[in-house]
Design a protein around this ligand. Sequence first.
Ligand SMILES: [Zn+2]
Ligand SMILES: [Zn+2]
Length: 137
Amino acid sequence: MKKVNGGCHCQAVQYKAQIDEAKVILCHCEDCQTMSGAPYRGAVVVAGQDFDLSGTVKNYIKKAASGNDRIQAFCPECGTHMYATAVDGDPADKVYNVRLGTVQQRNELSPTIEIWCDSAQAWLPEVAGTKKIAKQP
Ligand SMILES: [Zn+2]
Ligand SMILES: [Zn+2]
């Protein structure tokens, strides 16, 4: 486990978190491509009890490929994507997929898992050392 902190571009939303360095995910799903505006999106996995968020996020609810509703939280001021999590459940018991680009220590984290590789951009070079999953883990 590694202690990290981070925030949005305008700093209205900030957090401290403990992350599992073995779970640094690159997601190639089409929703992540659209919502991030990038070829893929990075995320780290944080347990609710290890996620100390300050500031107010706005939630956009999207339907995941699984059929489940997922909260996509972003800063209402600058629009930075902060995390995704389940709609239901106690905040302390939920799992948060915190956006890698918001983590201040992101340069110390290497991706370990790539998901939705079936929809990855064809021109992307291969990332060494990741477990590659065709669709959902
Ligand atoms: Zn912001
Ligand atoms: Zn995705």
